[in-house]
Ligand binder design. Sequence first.
Ligand code: NAD
Ligand code: IPM
Ligand code: MN
Length: 329
Amino acid sequence: MKIAVCEGDGIGHEVIPPAKEVLKHFLPDADYFDVFVGYDKWKETGESSSDSDIALFKSSDAILFGAITTPPVPEYKSVILRIRQELDLYANLRPVKGSIFGQDFDIMIVRENTEGLYSGIEEIGEERSTTLRVITKHGSERIAKMACTLSIERGHKMPLVIGNKANVLKSDVLFRDSCIKTAGLMGVKTKPMFIDALTFDVLMHPLSYDVIVTTNLFGDILSDACGYLTGGLGMLPSANIGEKNAFFEPVHGSAPDIAGQGIANPSAAIRSAAMMLDYFGMKKEAGIVEDAVIKVISSGVKTPDLGGKNSTKEAGEKILEYIKKIDST
Ligand code: NAD
Ligand code: IPM
Ligand code: MN
């Protein structure tokens, strides 16, 4: 088993080490290797990732990734977008779990990860700049298939919600209709909703949602908004899945405002490691990690974003301790 590890920038250096410790507990014999990419690399070498970095990622069975700072300058090429495109990691799975009014919600956002407004087809001018939003039948059908498979696996508790803006964007008519057609063939009920009203309603009624499929930028925004339901961005993990490769990272970024202070919440990164275990078929182990994160937080071990005083290191150590205790019983 070859696992590439990239801390990235900012709090990536703080939240990835505890997540890696969790992986090493369950996969002690895996071959872990570091890949150095990102803003720090760009400052040092003038490139954020090289062809050989991408080849290293491709050679891995899975990638554990922190977060990368993306300076808003046109000459900087986003490493994450490059990895998603070149490894064709078309499905970005972003679970949102928590509880409200004493009841648990468990939502899975399935974000199309290679096209939409992230096509990279842009014309930058002084007077006018454009970005092409690309929606294809192939891209829409394959993400819909992933979402339907998850809906079925999860017991098809509620209709598959299709987050779209087909009332304004004609490109979304193709997305919505491709999803409806694919779901019909797979026997999954669908409920198309406009993304603006959907975002509001998920925050109001999280218990009413199961799987939501949507396009690239809408999924990006919807998942951060859902951080509101979970106590913050420090709680949300993600998996970027393709046919050959998979990479696991927190939904959050490099958080320059708190980087270097040792106070970032490691839960999102540790839960991303759990998603990797799940991807490897280690469902029981993934469940133990999930449980550990929740139990340790509810025991009062909290980083400042959750209202506590614990450090990243303390929270990570407590979670690992809990995992070791449960796993040995
Ligand atoms: P961010 O997610 O880094 O931070 C937003 C807010 O959430 C900040 O106040 C931050 O302190 C807080 N936060 C995030 N993660 C936290 C954690 N684990 N614990 C406690 N608090 C946490 O978003 P941003 O500030 O808009 O972006 C910063 C940089 O990160 C930008 O350069 C952006 O492009 C990049 N980014 C990278 C990724 C990625 O690599 N996957 C994702 C999002 C943003
Ligand atoms: C995310 C991030 C990325 C995105 C950025 C950093 C390229 O916000 O993974 O959610 O927009 O997809
Ligand atoms: Mn984002």
